[in-house]
Design a protein around this ligand. Structure first.
Ligand SMILES: [Zn+2]
Length: 124
């Protein structure tokens, strides 16, 4: 389970961004995780309380957004969802595809609490 290390890394980055923007309180951390990424959202959620322990983010909510795994069939040139039908193309039923998405892992948004200065939350 490498999720704890990843969570610590996420908190470190959020901390750095918060400091840079002189933010007092972060309300929400939004992560984007691909469906076939090597990190498991369930484990991320489990690790989160440990990672934020003794930090300024104890009351910060963790939100995980899933990004669907999509592939493009090399034969038919159509895009389809890889989690369905074992990744087979709905048209030719082959498993001959280019992976388009689904392995992402990123901090999508850091939502600053009201009164925490700097209402905006650009992508980091
Ligand atoms: Zn096909």
């Amino acid at each position: 389970m490498h999720e704890l290390g990843i969570m610590f890394e996420v908190i470190k980055r959020v901390e750095a961004v918060a400091k840079q923007h002189q933010v007092d309180r972060v309300e929400k951390i939004v992560l984007q995780v691909g469906e076939i990424a090597t990190v498991i959202p369930h484990f991320l959620r489990e690790c989160y309380p440990v990672a934020v322990d003794r930090t300024d983010f104890v009351d910060t909510e963790l939100v995980i957004e899933m990004i669907p795994a999509n592939g493009c069939c090399r034969q038919c040139d159509i895009v389809y969802h890889l989690m369905k039908d074992e990744g087979r193309c709905p048209n030719c039923h082959q498993m001959n595809f280019d992976e388009l998405s689904g392995r992402e892992f990123s901090i999508k948004e850091i939502v600053v609490a009201e009164g925490g200065k700097n209402g905006s939350s650009p992508n980091y």
